[in-house]
Write a protein that binds this ligand. Structure first.
Ligand code: ADP
Length: 411
């Protein structure tokens, strides 16, 4: 077996620059910390399911621990110190998040440059609560208590370029802050509606759920309770037009009740909103019952009603950009195109898949070839090809693995 070394594309190479050309220079003394210069970095602390500790106690214990350790900050896990019995008993994991936008050119953030924002949470293990529609079969919406175990790790597993995730997170954070501070919507207008559109399978629905989960963690001190309601727009129009109007009314009545509790943060995810436009168009052309247009209008009216509530964020997705109902596009504040993964993202997705197979022991990590042997491998692979003139990358990789096996067996 060949050595598989999976290096993250964003890993920090050569962060230590103190040794160059064999000359060891003294590291420069840290400048005095200036409070206003500090970078706010999120540190997420997941409690064990068994923990009954108070959030504030865990938060201050983690803050003290971070201060004592004087560590540098980079995205990833921070080990729970074994000599801290309180943390060992209560904390499942500690993770530094979202430093990447500050860490340019493989630089690192040092502890004195950082103000850690510690967010302590416990995952809900309740699972989705499914609501059945009138006929008892067609599920019209799902509901989760956030942060939910099902969505744990989803945010990290989604890979996009050009700061899309950060942009969404910051947008939602600003929207919640404006609401909380009571900014007058007649003077500054902002909606709490996000629309993600793009081809199917680009992770839009997952991104909405992951965003809701992230925000439920980040805003847990302001909103100790958080729910996600998922509605599939398509299912509202599938068969039971006469039922759909009632379904929408029932759904929004429920959401309204959740929103009335001011410590609740509510996310409403409406998937496949293009079906609203399709239903409206079909109704206008007379090919579908006019009930469907009533459903679309009911949905839009209900959404407008929700606008006055400050503790709700509406997340929507569409697979067909052109077909989204114009009334809908107008309502969304942030419209982000989510496209197919770029080369780097594709590499990163496949790398994380292999990493998981290694972690679970399904693939075994073995060693054996020297750097010199590895450098020679592509040449030997090329020589081993039956038809070296025409060769696609997958064939080449397959042959490369065979060649590495042969080389190892001949050691
Ligand atoms: P959409 O709503 O756009 O059709 P989904 O959210 O259903 O897409 O995505 C399906 C799955 O594809 C996701 O759960 C995820 O595992 C994977 N996926 C899609 N895009 C990405 C991406 N950019 N990075 C990582 N995984 C992705």
């Amino acid at each position: 077996p060949m050595e598989i070394s999976l290096q993250s594309a964003t890993d920090n190479f050569g962060a230590d620059t103190s040794e160059q050309n064999g000359i060891v220079s003294e590291p420069p003394p840290p400048p005095p910390p200036l409070a206003e210069d500090k970078v706010l970095v999120s540190v997420e602390v997941c409690l064990k399911p068994s923990s009954t500790a108070r959030i504030e106690d865990v938060r201050s214990a983690v803050e003290i621990m971070l201060e004592k350790r004087s560590l540098s900050y980079i995205d990833g896990p921070v080990p729970v110190p074994l000599d801290d019995s309180f943390l060992v008993e209560n904390v499942q994991r500690i993770c530094v998040c979202d430093t990447d936008e500050w860490v340019e050119n493989h630089d690192i953030l040092l502890f004195w440059q950082v103000k850690p924002g510690v967010h302590v949470f416990q995952l809900s293990e309740e699972g989705p609560c499914e609501e059945l529609s009138g006929d008892g079969q067609l599920s019209s919406f799902n509901e989760w208590i956030l942060p939910a175990k099902e969505f744990d790790g989803m945010w990290e597993s989604l890979i996009y370029e050009s700061g899309l995730k950060q942009r969404l997170l910051r947008y939602a954070a600003s929207a919640l802050l404006f609401s909380e501070k009571g900014v007058d919507p007649f003077l500054i207008s902002w909606n709490r509606i996000i629309l993600l559109h793009g081809p199917p399978g680009t992770g839009k629905t997952s991104l909405c759920k992951a965003l809701a989960q992230k925000l439920s963690i980040r805003f847990s001190s302001r909103y100790p309770q958080c729910q996600l309601v998922e509605v599939n727009a398509h299912s509202l129009f599938s068969k039971w037009f006469s039922e759909s109007g009632k379904l929408v009314a029932k759904l929004f009545q429920k959401i309204q009740e959740m929103v009335e509790e001011e410590n609740n943060l509510v996310f409403v995810l409406i998937d496949e909103v293009e079906s609203l436009a399709a239903a409206r168009k079909a109704a206008l052309s007379g090919s579908e019952p006019s009930d469907s247009i009533r459903v679309v209008n009911a949905l839009l009216t209900q959404m407008d009603k929700l606008k006055s509530a400050t503790n709700v964020i509406i997340l929507t997705t569409s697979n067909i950009t052109a077909a989204i109902d114009i009334a809908f596009v107008d309502r969304a504040d942030i419209k982000a195109y989510v496209g197919p993964p770029t080369l780097q993202a594709r590499y990163e997705i496949l790398r994380s898949c292999l990493q998981e197979l290694l972690r679970t022991g399904i693939l075994s990590n073995s060693q054996g070839l020297s750097g010199r042997a590895l450098r020679k491998l592509p040449f030997l692979t090329h020589a081993a090809l039956a038809n070296p003139c025409i060769c696609d990358p997958s064939k080449f990789l397959g042959t490369m693995i065979d060649t590495s096996r042969r080389e190892r067996s001949e050691l």
